[in-house]
Design a protein around this ligand. Sequence first.
Ligand code: HEM
Length: 96
Amino acid sequence: MSGSGLGPIVDPSQLSCPTTPVSWAKDVAPLFTSRDTAHMLQVTGGRLDLSNAQSTEIWAYKVYGYVANGYMPPGNPWTQAMVNTFGCWIQGGFQP
Ligand code: HEM
């Protein structure tokens, strides 16, 4: 895939991921705070809902690019482990 232009680490296909596929409900949903969800609903006019798997999947590469380069959440960057969990959810085909 092409990069977002915001940083070099935007391709999750090269990540080394766990054999048990990353799950939305168990692993990914807990990464987002209610504040994250509320802000992004507001910023996108309701289009990006980080509490909803289908919505987050649509935006997944943009979300991954932004959290990977520390642009989101603003001022409070994710750890590498959190970033990798999200990337492995993409790589694993968005398991529920
Ligand atoms: C993990 C949490 C977050 C993720 C994954 C995320 C993701 C994103 C994405 C994908 C966009 C681009 C929207 C577009 O292209 O239309 C964006 C923009 C934006 N986000 Fe977030 N966001 C997060 C948390 C937050 C929080 C907590 C705030 C506010 C305190 C915030 C404020 C903004 C603002 C102001 C923009 C639009 C301006 C800009 O692009 O800089 N976000 N975010």
